[in-house]
Design a binder for this molecule. Structure first.
Ligand code: IMO
Ligand code: MG
Length: 422
């Protein structure tokens, strides 16, 4: 039953899509377990970038079964255009949970309205928060409800009345049959499917969207998303018991980025931020917004390691640090003169925290990692070793560039999801 969870350790955009693409060949099934079209996973195929929003990254690998499980919120319009744009057959290899919730146009409108008010968070405006809110208050529309015209009409009435969105009803009903026809062939009992696949020894990758610091419970609340990207989210988001999870891989970028509002203790401003943004092409894959850039932050990643139980880390985008001197690593925060190493829950405390840095020499030579650590510039190696030491965890995959070929395996156990010798 080898199962592997791949989760983000920072504020999203760590390169999860590329890592899933790299390891996906070894899996039979790839599952998206939370989030919705707020995600933007960029995958390079040949020399063409594909940006996936709701589909699991495994969809670009021929023959892999892909599952969108119950923890995901689905915008039928966005998913339909995503499937069409992909131009890769998905028939018989895409399963969508009957219990996943549907995002409807009124959710986007509510998201937009809230973003224009004083409680702005810098969301992706995809209606994610309002759709999850409806799930929690129990007036949401699940895929199975959506597919039943009578149930859907009833729920739509209740929702447009409650949200004072009567104006949207006609438009929604106009598109309804088209959306329904599109979703119908994919709807399935994915909980049963996944648990049977596990019992039959199939290899399964669970791919998170967003990252731990955007987690509704463990992130920088309220500047978070409305789901649980942490590894534990797999259990509630896919119906897979904790005992069935074999290996948890954290994805960590060599520096930090954040899109949207909220505290970011190691944020860099000015020309160095611009340099990193250009080197890493740090523009939102979903919204096109320039990402805020900063140094790597050991305090927050240690928090991620703790709540996810990562077995090892995949380090991405180390190449983007080429030519930067010195390289800084945040090892603690100072708050009101006191040094802290615990990731604070208080929004005031974290926004007042000042980072404590150690400095390492940078590297100028390009990073050719395809032949491993031995031919890497010495200071790049030092950076990797220092991170491992400070975090107390192994880096099992090193990734640079954008293609899956530019990935080097440092610990082969990850290739077999920690189960068997590679
Ligand atoms: P991937 O999967 C980075 C951020 C938004 C905002 C906050 C809440 O590509 O790593 P939401 O629309 O979810 O209500 O917005 O979460 N956010 C992301 N940031 N990468 C993502 O996904 C994100 N998905 C949401 O910018 O700060
Ligand atoms: Mg993204």
């Amino acid at each position: 039953m080898p199962t592997l969870v791949i989760a983000g350790s920072q504020w999203g955009d760590e390169g999860k899509g590329k890592i899933v693409h790299f390891l996906g060949n070894r899996a039979d099934v790839v599952v998206r377990y939370q989030g919705g079209p707020n995600a933007g996973h960029t995958i390079i195929l040949g020399d063409k970038p594909f940006v996936l929003h709701t589909l699991p990254s495994g969809i670009v690998l021929p023959g892999k079964i892909c599952v969108i499980s119950n923890g995901v919120v689905i915008d039928p319009e966005i998913l339909r255009s995503e499937v069409c744009a992909l131009n890769i057959p998905v028939k018989n290899r895409l399963l969508i949970s009957e219990s996943a919730h549907i995002i409807l146009p009124y959710h986007r409108q509510m998201d937009e309205r809230r973003e224009r008010s004083k409680i702005r968070l810098g969301t992706t405006l995809r209606g994610i928060g309002p759709a999850y809110a409806d799930k929690v208050v129990r007036i949401g529309v699940r895929v199975v409800d959506f597919l039943s015209p009578a149930t859907f009409r009833k729920l739509l009435d209740i929702n447009v009345r409650e949200k004072k969105a009567w104006g949207q009803k006609r438009d929604i009903l106009k598109k309804y049959q088209q959306w329904r026809r599109f979703l119908y062939p994919f709807a399935a009992d994915t909980v049963l499917f996944l648990n049977r696949a596990i019992a039959r020894g199939k290899k399964i990758i669970f791919e998170s969207a967003q990252g731990t610091l955007l987690d509704l419970d463990f992130g920088t609340y309220p500047y978070v998303t409305s789901s649980n990207p942490v590894s534990g989210g797999v259990c509630t988001g896919a119906g897979v018991p904790p005992t069935a999870i074999d290996y948890i891989l954290g994805v960590m970028k060599a520096y930090t980025t954040r899109v949207g509002d909220g505290p970011f203790p190691t944020e860099i401003r000015g020309s160095l931020a611009a340099q990193l943004r250009e080197a890493g092409m740090e523009y939102g894959a979903t919204t096109g917004r320039p990402r805020r850039c900063g140094w790597i932050d050991i305090v927050s990643i240690k928090h991620s390691i703790m709540v996810n139980g990562f077995n090892s880390l995949a380090l991405t985008k180390l190449d983007c640090l080429q030519g930067i001197h010195p390289l800084k690593i945040c090892v603690a925060y100072v708050h009101k003169g006191k040094r802290i190493t615990r990731f604070p829950a208080s929004r005031e405390v974290i926004s007042e925290c000042k980072p404590v840095y150690i400095e390492l020499p940078g590297f100028n030579k390009p990073l050719c990692i395809t032949r491993g650590r031995s031919i890497m510039p010495r200071n790049a190696n030092l950076y990797v070793k220092t991170l491992e030491k400070l975090l107390g965890i192994k880096i099992s995959l090193l990734s640079s560039g954008r293609t899956r070929e530019e990935t080097f395996v440092l610990d082969k156990r990850v290739l077999n999801f920690g189960k068997y010798p590679a």
